[in-house]
Design a binder for this molecule. Structure first.
Ligand SMILES: Cc1cc2nc3c(=O)[nH]c(=O)nc-3n(C[C@H](O)[C@H](O)[C@H](O)COP(=O)(O)O)c2cc1C
Length: 383
């Protein structure tokens, strides 16, 4: 047991490579694939090339999050992102989930509604995107740092329409289980619909879904409750980014918001809370900052996952210091299908290529990042 000379002994000295029991799921390590939109699901239908992409990143006892996946025909705001509201989409996920399970990994689907981060071109019958508000977004630089995204003025949801959107999340969760996923992650981060309700910069409602913290969190918590009722709280996680200010969704008191949410989530007993570090000033830009997720980590009773700007060293530190149970890796995992292996061996990493993050090619920048054993003579190093 744990003798210094065995491989197991070596792993035990790497906190990220220690096992962890997340509810009913036995994970063999703590390196999570972060949800990563790749825009290769033509016409919102997951494609066969995703089988290879996800199974390349799957390990026995690993935990993978699928890319943000639309819950309805009003949920989209980007080309070629997958959905899970139709039978065709649900069926198309099945072989992808099967391949991940064949490798022994746990796989959750991130369920998503963009709200006002959309334009009429993505909406059924060219209608306006829906939101908590009718405040329009100004054009924004996309996360690839090159393209500008244009948005149409949103239509503020009437109070009596909100239960229908909550129900869309419920059905999407049911479909995810039908597709074979082990659970769902509710996308409550990055300026999308849930955050448009959570954050006081975006929510200017005067009904029971706006104003006080309790009112602003009501919609998101109704989604959590509906999804938990549908598939069981032990299969439900949520991603939150209280400190972020993407898509003009900042909050005047992010710590109070984060704490209110973690405390409320405890009542539903969901499996995990996945929080984006305050240092992420945009989806792909890290900065120094003095704020921390410690109060939320302390208050949340389930599994706590952190994400945002982690490398091998500070991921290990976060686990060793008990600041997180699991660490999600985005760009490094995108570029290194065998990231857990590389962390185990402290091997060099492939460099990620931003230009191909969101291009529709089924291979390039998607499934062609080399594994360690293929990198002999390969000269990509980390940025
Ligand atoms: C190409 C790309 C796509 C992303 N797509 C999503 C997404 O679908 N859902 C989400 O919650 N976050 C998304 N993010 C954010 C990542 O999950 C992660 O939080 C971010 O990249 C910071 O982590 P990192 O420093 O390990 O890359 C995306 C980021 C990138 C670079």
């Amino acid at each position: 047991m744990g003798s210094e000379t065995t491989e197991e002994g070596d792993k035990q000295r790497i906190p990220l490579l220690t096992p962890y029991k997340m509810g009913n799921f036995r994970l063999s390590h703590r390196i999570v694939l972060a949800p990563l939109t790749r825009q290769r699901s033509y016409n919102n239908v997951p494609q066969p090339h995703a089988i290879l992409y996800y199974s390349q990143r799957a390990t026995k006892g690993g935990f993978l999050l699928a890319e943000a996946t639309g819950v309805s025909d009003t949920a989209q705001g980007y080309a070629n992102t997958p959905g899970i509201w139709t039978k065709e989409q649900t069926d198309a996920w099945k072989p992808i989930v099967e391949a991940v399970h064949a490798k022994g990994a746990v796989f959750f689907c991130q369920i998503w509604h963009v709200g006002r981060v959309s334009n009429t071109g993505f909406q059924p019958n060219g209608q306006s995107p829906i939101s908590s508000t009718s405040k329009e977004l100004t054009p924004q630089l996309r996360a690839n740092g090159v393209d500008m995204a244009r948005f149409s003025p949103p239509r503020r949801l009437r109070t009596d329409e909100i239960p229908k959107i909550v129900n869309d999340f419920r059905i999407a969760a049911r479909n995810a289980i039908e597709a074979g996923f082990d659970g769902v992650e509710i996308h409550g981060a990055h300026g999308y619909l849930l955050e448009q309700f959570f954050k006081d910069q975006a929510n200017d409602r005067t009904d029971q879904y706006g104003g006080s913290l309790e009112n602003r969190c009501r919609f998101g918590l109704e989604v959590v409750e509906a999804v938990s009722d549908e598939i069981g709280a032990g299969r439900v996680g949520i991603r939150l980014s209280p400190f972020a200010n993407y898509m003009q969704s900042g909050d005047s008191n992010p710590e109070a918001l984060g704490l209110y949410l973690t405390e409320a989530l405890n009542k539903y007993g969901i499996l995990y809370c996945h929080m984006v570090e305050p240092r992420m000033i945009s989806v792909g830009v890290k900065s120094e900052c003095s704020e921390s997720l410690a109060p939320m980590r302390k208050s949340f009773k389930g599994t706590f996952i952190v994400a945002g700007g982690y490398d091998r060293e500070d991921g290990n530190k976060a686990v060793a210091e008990n600041r997180a149970d699991l660490v999600a890796y985005g760009r490094h995992f995108l570029a290194n299908p065998d990231l857990p292996k590389r962390f185990e061996l402290d091997a060099p990493l492939n460099k990620y290529e931003r230009e191909t993050f969101y291009t529709p090619d089924p291979v390039i920048g998607y499934t062609d990042y080399p594994f360690l054993e293929e990198t002999d003579g390969y000269r990509r190093e980390v940025e």
